[in-house]
Design a protein around this ligand. Sequence first.
Ligand SMILES: C[S@@+](CC[C@H](N)C(=O)[O-])C[C@H]1O[C@@H](n2cnc3c(N)ncnc32)[C@H](O)[C@@H]1O
Length: 229
Amino acid sequence: MRQPFNDIAHQYDLLNDLLSFGTHRFWKRRLVSQLLRAKICPGTILDIATGTGDLAALFSRKIPPQVIIPLDPCGPMMDRGKIRFPHLQNWTLGTAESLPLGSASVSIASCAFGVRNFREREKAFEEIARVLEPGGLFGTLEIHPISEQLRYWPYRFFWNSLVPGVGRLFNQKAAYEYLRDTGAGFISPEDMIKELSHRFELKTHENLLAGGLVTLMVFERKHEPNNKN
Ligand SMILES: C[S@@+](CC[C@H](N)C(=O)[O-])C[C@H]1O[C@@H](n2cnc3c(N)ncnc32)[C@H](O)[C@@H]1O
């Protein structure tokens, strides 16, 4: 599953701009500002599935880079990030399913367009809950499938024509079939909230595009019952 991102790492940022018409930049800025508004002086910030480091770099506009950990299993994606953002220091190779961090050591975990790539979502959510301090925040941006009624022509055009078309244009057919399948086959925001509800409380849920095609969610790590004060 890492292969598609190895193959497209050198083109990823350009393709991201093309496929989202640049709007991913706005969505990412919005997620970071929501998280920093909710947690004004965070300790460690972990950006899971950081790719080429967009979210980590946005955090570093407000927070010292020493406390920001960009993490991804794909070396070539992070190599691009290291060139783009040389001031970020803590690039870490790893997966969400096995985070190389201590329990309750993170104040904010973020993940933009990464949850749908997790191989074992339940295990990854357990890990994220483990590393977050009680009251810590988990912020996500995701592409979800939308309901039948809302599948109007822009939605069909995006998944059936634009994504495969761009894949062909850049000679990356397999990678873009993977993107289409992980995007269109992902769970709904409601199911994601349900999966996280054991350990997290939903704080923010915004539909950023087309009735839920792109969503921004912020969850707060619940206190364990015996930690409650
Ligand atoms: C669509 S990219 C998103 C990159 C970046 N967050 C952004 O929004 O531009 C998805 C990223 O998820 C990473 N990924 C794949 N499987 C993962 C896993 N199990 N745990 C963490 N990240 C993973 C990929 O290597 C890739 O860099």
